[in-house]
Design a protein around this ligand. Structure first.
Ligand code: NAD
Length: 319
């Protein structure tokens, strides 16, 4: 069993390390275009194996996709964060090009893999990987909901002074401020959270979660990596270990929740076959409206990518 992580930057290297700590696969490949970086970080992680007591062999390569041959899961973290003065379209253009090239290389060596996209803008980069790979929608997904739900649960744990392990929460929709909170499905060991915090406090926590990425950018001058790396690793492990975990994941909807051909975060069951089941919750009208709004804003970004793909032959995919 092999997991390849493309991009050995902050998120990619963290993801590889968490995967190793979990022994989520016997081999973990870290790949980057910057010479020596993936090799160095992989060697550093591997040298922690005797200390942290894991067996997974961690290997780094510079742009050598032969090493990724027959990966069960590929996590794509390559891409640049938005820089000052950069428009949203510029970011989509740059990262779509990177994700396309990476996906093409991945597919040459692992035609039956499952892809987890992390690169931003998340929902539209997942769409790009889907179009380029030609894989079924069950095998191309994006990581956002696990991270957003993690942030939400951490803030609730602080507020309630309760272990984060005892807090269960589901979020839906796009990554970031169009995220759809579901307080009805937030419980503390089965106790509805609404019985433990006031509506005002819960709303404040939800707002903080929506802008959780921005809060960290403000503090660090760059985007987060520990929780994002762990979240992607959690998804990859659910697949390699066939855990049937119910997690919020960005997938292409084909009529579920009344939404078509749009990549949206929803609860799914993750196992050896990728997205094995889509869970359709009975949303109330307010929740339905928020989800549709979130899907509409993702669709706008997908349309930008579609226009770019039709204008620019070099970013035209295979599917
Ligand atoms: N989905 C989420 O919730 C979430 C959370 C955090 C970050 N992100 C996104 O993840 C991406 C990575 O973030 P980061 O903090 O690790 O950035 P980073 O700059 O630390 O790392 C990105 C790495 O990608 C590499 N890279 C660029 N082009 C490549 C290519 N063609 N092939 C292989 N490697 C290539 C770079 O050399 C770099 O090492 C960004 O797009 C960021 O916005 C998403």
């Amino acid at each position: 069993m092999k997991i390849s992580v493309i991009g050995a930057g902050n998120v990619g290297a963290t993801c590889a390390r968490v995967l190793a700590l979990k022994d989520a696969a016997s081999e973990i490949i870290l790949l980057d275009i910057v010479k020596g970086m993936a090799e160095g970080k992989a060697l550093d992680i591997w040298q922690s194996a005797p200390i942290d007591r894991f067996n997974a062999r961690v290997k780094g390569v510079t742009n050598d996709y032969n090493a990724t041959e027959d990966s069960t899961v590929v996590v794509i973290t390559s891409g640049i964060p938005r820089k000052p003065g950069m428009s949203r379209d510029d970011l989509i253009n740059t990262n779509a090009d990177i994700v396309k090239k990476v996906t093409e290389n991945v597919m040459k060596h692992s035609p039956c893999t499952t892809i987890i996209v992390v690169s931003n803008p998340l929902d539209v980069m997942t769409y790009q990987a889907y179009l380029t790979s030609g894989l079924p929608r069950t095998r191309v997904m994006g990581m956002a909901g696990v991270l957003d739900a993690g942030r939400y649960r951490a803030f609730l744990a602080d507020e309630l002074n309760i272990s984060p392990k005892d807090i269960q929460a589901l979020l839906m929709g796009g990554h970031g401020d169009t995220m759809v909170p579901l307080p009805r499905y937030t419980t503390v060991h089965g106790i509805p959270v609404t019985e433990l915090v006031t509506k005002e406090t819960l709303n404040a926590i939800i707002e903080r979660t929506k802008f959780g990425g921005g809060e960290l950018v403000k503090l660090m001058g760059t985007s987060a990596w520990y929780a994002p790396g762990s979240a992607a690793a959690r998804m990859a492990e659910a697949i390699t270990r066939n855990q049937k975990r119910l997690l919020p994941v960005c997938v292409k909807l084909e009529g579920e929740y009344g939404i078509n051909d749009t990549f949206v975060g929803i609860p799914v069951v993750l196992g050896r076959n990728g997205v094995e089941r889509i869970i359709e919750l009975k949303l109330n009208n307010e929740e339905k409206g928020l989800l549709q709004k979130s899907a509409n804003s993702v669709k706008e970004l997908m349309d930008i990518l579609d226009k770019m793909r039709s204008r620019t032959p070099q970013i035209k995919g295979s599917a």
